[in-house]
Design a protein around this ligand. Structure first.
Ligand SMILES: N[C@@H](CCC(=O)N[C@@H](CS)C(=O)NCC(=O)O)C(=O)O
Length: 237
């Protein structure tokens, strides 16, 4: 039996990580029986990040490597109906989501002083009460450094909002008003986009990025459609 290990619920989300939602949607769409396990501490993951998949006693870390593993396991079912051109577009869209917009989601949660108490409560409630503030502030310092290294963390809030708006507009213009990116059946690339967007639309309370994303109605409807079709929702329903 496959076991997908995902982050514990937080911010009104059943599954709070875009990468975990993507992997869960993929397993569901492939009709593979699997067990979902929650882990609040990413340091326990083989590479310090969630999700990971336990298969045949092996731990596979990273949603993209999980995708490759499942594609092999199912004799190519993951990419079976995609042309090379669609796969190329899908990969480019995934990189936009996971290597750019995702980091703005991280910034909107971790760097905003007004939202910060939600991170402490959502991610660090497992830490002993007396040490919670210290541990959370240490982690925040690391996230700040990571965002600075990425480059997005060097920009002020207005500039970060500008980057986010351009990403959101690109996604709004890319997604169809019915069906999915590459036809009537959602693919791994739809799971990537919807996994990220549910984390942006549905986390509670709203971050500045949630508010910024609200007017992109086609993107919102599309995100709902992918969740409906797979039966996998980021938020608690
Ligand atoms: N490339 C990885 C990224 C996974 C990732 O960044 N997961 C986040 C949660 S959304 C995490 O576990 N972060 C914990 C940390 O960096 O300490 C994937 O696709 O699985």
């Amino acid at each position: 039996m496959l076991e997908l290990v995902v982050l514990s619920p937080a911010f009104g989300m059943r599954n709070v990580s875009p990468y975990c939602v993507k992997a869960e949607m993929l397993l569901k769409s492939l009709d593979l029986p699997f067990k979902l396990t929650e882990e609040a501490d990413p340091r326990k993951a083989p590479k310090g990040k969630m999700p990971y998949l336990i298969a045949d006693g092996e731990k596979i870390a990273d949603s993209e490597l999980i995708t490759e593993y499942l594609n092999k396991l199912t004799d190519g079912q993951v990419y079976k109906n995609l042309t090379p051109n669609q796969s190329a577009q899908g990969l480019a869209i995934s990189r936009l989501c996971e290597d750019h917009l995702y980091w703005l989601m991280v910034a909107s949660r971790w760097l905003d002083d007004a939202w910060w108490p939600n991170v402490v409560e959502g991610f660090f409630h497992i830490a002993p009460k007396l040490l919670r503030g210290l541990i959370a502030n240490g982690a925040r310092k690391q996230v700040r450094q990571t965002l600075a290294l990425h480059g997005l963390g060097k920009h002020n809030l207005d500039e970060q909002k500008g980057f986010a708006q351009r990403d959101l507009q690109a996604l709004e213009d890319l997604v169809p008003s019915s069906g999915f990116l590459f036809g009537d059946t959602p693919t791994i690339y739809d799971f990537t986009v919807a996994g990220l967007m549910t984390g942006i639309y549905d986390n509670q309370p709203a971050t500045w990025l949630t508010t910024l994303a609200q007017p992109y109605q086609r993107l919102h409807n599309y995100t709902e459609r992918v969740q409906e079709k797979t039966g996998v929702y980021g938020r608690i329903i």
